[in-house]
Write a protein that binds this ligand. Structure first.
Ligand code: CP
Length: 346
């Protein structure tokens, strides 16, 4: 056949690049959730946590969950995996260093490949802010954001909320409303600028009525942070912030993201470290949280991290219950099966 006889290839509808609409049970930002959604997730977490282990396995028996991690993680990855397994799901972990991502495969192609292999939900951690939005659009699957760049870490904010509410209102899940945290001041201290945990908490906690104080030095806490939403203030004097707080959330100094910033770590410890002397003097009854990983001796001392005010281990445990609730929401909401099959048809 001569060149002129070659028929142009018919481009079928299935080969046209498409943007699939975002799955409604995805969790990309805390702003995706109404307060009713938040309350429902907290209640589901409590129900699932107390359920008989064999009964719990039936919720997502043999459903397929992919964990796609482009950044290292201990807590989030392990707790999502344990959560999925406790619900009976099959899990597969794809990490950047041991997959074709290392050879240059794009996020889009990786997502499409996982979907073709049967993934019904993808949990994504990625260094680029917004990556879960892209994955959501190209796969149509429910995507759970496990931390994207400096943007958000919504499941962390939900487990932090569960930890706070348990301490303030007891183990029974309190109803969630605009006044649930009225009169409660929560200080977030440290590397606010780089922290997706801080951002998700800053967006969520004031919606329940909390007053959020941000504390840290200028390079880690720009003035503009207070305009992230209502109910957020800056108090650079950590001692003053502690005096007003029922909860203090310490953040790790993210050394991997500090390049170019002028930060004197000795000065930082003097002004912002959570240590026993400071905590006893300023906030002896406050609940101490830290999303981890903690750098002992920098933002927090071992005495405080392991001391009676600390709820750090509790936060980690709450991660499993909250992530079970998010997986059930992602995989059993009415639109889940439609969106998944739509994606497969593409
Ligand atoms: N809190 C948190 O995201 O910890 P990991 O990085 O260990 O998942």
């Amino acid at each position: 056949m001569s060149k002129s006889q070659v028929k142009p290839r018919k481009i079928s509808a299935t080969s046209t690049p498409q943007v699939i609409s975002r799955h409604p049970a995805s969790l990309l930002s805390v702003n995706d959730l109404s307060l009713d959604d938040v309350g429902s997730i907290l209640r589901t977490a409590s129900t699932l946590e107390s359920e008989d282990a064999l009964k719990r396995m039936k919720h997502l028996f043999k459903r397929r969950v992919s964990l796609l991690f482009y950044e290292s993680s201990t807590r989030t990855r392990t707790s999502f995996e344990l959560a999925a397994k406790q619900l009976g799901a099959d899990t597969v972990l794809v990490s950047a260093l041991s997959s074709s991502i290392e050879k240059g495969e794009s996020l889009k192609d990786t997502g499409i490949t996982l979907r073709a292999l049967g993934a019904e939900c993808i949990i994504l951690r990625h260094p680029a802010s917004g990556a879960p939005y892209l994955l959501s659009q190209v796969t149509g699957l429910p995507i759970l954001n496990a931390g994207d760049g400096m943007h958000e870490h919504p499941s962390q904010a939900l487990l932090d909320l569960r930890t706070i509410l348990t301490h303030l209102h007891g183990p029974k899940a309190a109803p969630v409303s605009e006044t649930t945290l009225k009169g409660v001041t929560i200080t977030i201290c440290g590397d606010i600028f780089h922290s997706r945990v801080a951002r998700s908490n800053m967006l969520l906690l004031p919606r329940l009525g909390a007053r959020v104080l941000l504390s840290g030095p200028q390079p880690l806490l720009p003035e503009t942070a207070a305009s992230a939403g209502p109910g957020i203030e800056i108090e650079r004097d950590f001692d003053k912030a502690l005096q007003q707080s029922q909860v203090v959330m310490m953040l790790r100094i993210q050394a991997e993201r500090l390049a170019g910033l002028n930060l004197d770590l000795d000065e930082y410890k003097l002004r912002y470290q959570a240590n026993t002397t400071r905590m006893a003097a300023q906030a002896g009854d406050a609940l101490v949280l830290h999303p981890g990983p903690i750098i002992r001796g920098l933002e927090i001392t071992s005495e405080v991290a392991d001391g009676p005010q600390s709820a750090i281990a509790e936060q980690v445990r709450n991660g499993v219950a909250i992530r079970m609730a998010l997986l059930v929401r992602a995989l059993t909401s009415k639109s889940s099966s439609n969106a998944a099959s739509k994606g497969k048809r593409k």
